[in-house]
Design a protein around this ligand. Structure first.
Ligand SMILES: [Fe+2]
Length: 398
């Protein structure tokens, strides 16, 4: 939830008659936390409830995914670069890591989707590593571009339409919720002036979804729904996302990571200063190019490279996007590192000392810290650099 918005036509009050060209529109209240939380109210040209068929669907690697049977305690390096691209945004989705609060997936679609999808299990946050296009939902059309985060509230029917075939999305699914954290809001819900972004940085659906047979096809129209990690396909003999107007505070938004305003201090700040979004028992953080720590007094200088740390309550993943990853060796753009609780982690040999005197960092990365242990899937294990855990070992001549 970002702020109140209205698009298209709505009546002067909720729950009263609303006609378009003499036809009564069907109101739908889209509510969170029962009727206590944020909500939006939509006006449909055709009821979104009259399905004509329901059938089961399986997409191996997504629903269902296969957990790795045994997971010894290692630092992990998952090379998403090796994952094959194919299909639409559902066929291409592969769960890499999960716990009861979150699932993280890599999605490499090559084609736009003919079908819509509703995630009934949780909010989603996509990071667009590569690609651009339009997110179509019942709230309208939201354009997206490379390095956008796209937040999609649970229960929203949507689909991705891409500009070309080269698309890579890193997807977080939060069982509870994903939103701007409370620490970046005041008591009235407004984003504070000291937050790393403002309301103006969030983009919202710019136009309503106009049904056309050319772009949305003929009936039956298909909506894939995920609930309890099971997929069902719901069919309609009319286009079920045809909305004349809506208003409220729940709808998809996009935020580009390059609009994130990083914080820097005299000495190194903990990674929590980079929090961008929060969920139930996890946070998503943005590392963007920035000036680094600048303590310089009596011959003593700040060390800009992260210190070694044992964050004993959290597993940590980093998705590396671009720039110079100062603390890690052997990591490329598209790599994911998993540093689990139970053992400490820190910069690779040489990088700690080497960072002294640096004035800027060019790294661009997305981090996620989770309170509960992250389990790997067999897909993630197949993509692993199995030597990563031992790469901190100082070798002669190395
Ligand atoms: Fe860390």
């Amino acid at each position: 939830m970002i702020h109140y918005h209205k698009l298209g036509i709505v009546p002067p009050k909720p729950h009263i008659t609303m006609y378009e060209e003499g036809k009564l529109l069907m109101e739908q209240c889209f509510t969170r936390q029962g009727f206590e939380g944020p909500y939006s109210t939509l006006y449909f040209r055709e009821p979104p409830t009259d399905e004509c068929a329901v059938e089961k669907l399986a997409i191996p690697g997504f629903c269902p995914f296969e957990p790795l049977a045994e997971q010894p305690l290692y630092r992990r390096h998952i090379r998403t670069q090796e994952l094959k691209a194919s299909g639409d945004f559902l066929d291409a989705r592969r769960v890499l890591m999960f716990n009861s609060d979150i699932q993280m997936s890599m999605v490499k679609p090559t084609v736009s989707s003919p079908r819509f999808f509703t995630n009934g299990d949780g909010d989603e946050c996509y990071f667009v590593y590569k690609g651009s296009g339009r997110l179509e939902s019942m709230f309208g059309v939201l354009s997206f571009r490379e390095h956008d985060y796209i937040l999609i509230p649970r229960g929203t029917p949507y689909r991705f339409q891409f500009d070309n075939a080269d698309n890579e999305l890193f997807a977080f699914e939060g069982t509870g919720w994903i939103d701007v954290p409370n620490e970046w809001r005041n008591n009235h819900g407004q984003i504070t002036d000291y937050a790393p972004y403002s309301h103006r940085d969030f983009r919202i659906p710019e136009s309503l979804l106009a049904y056309s047979e050319a772009t949305h096809g003929k009936a039956p129209h298909k909506l894939v729904v995920k609930r309890d990690n099971t997929l069902t396909v719901h069919q309609f003999d009319h286009f079920p996302h045809d909305v004349a107007g809506w208003d409220g505070s729940v709808y998809p938004v996009a935020f580009n990571i390059h609009d994130y305003q990083p914080k820097t201090a005299t000495v190194h700040l903990p990674p929590t200063i980079h929090i961008t979004f929060a969920g139930n028992e996890f946070v998503i953080c943005s590392f963007v190019p920035r000036k680094v720590d600048y303590y310089d007094k009596d011959g003593l200088k700040a060390i800009p490279c992260p210190y070694g740390h044992a964050s004993v309550h959290m597993d940590e993943i980093l998705f590396y996007v671009a720039g110079n990853f100062t603390s890690r060796k052997g990591i490329d753009s598209g790599s994911i590192s998993l540093h689990p609780a139970g053992i400490p982690h820190g910069p690779h040999p040489g990088t700690y000392e080497g960072s002294i005197g640096h004035e800027r960092s060019s790294e661009l990365a997305v981090m996620c810290d989770t309170y509960k242990k992250l389990h790997l899937t067999t897909v993630a294990h197949d993509l692993e650099d199995k030597d990563y855990h031992m790469t901190w070992l100082q070798k002669e001549g190395g």
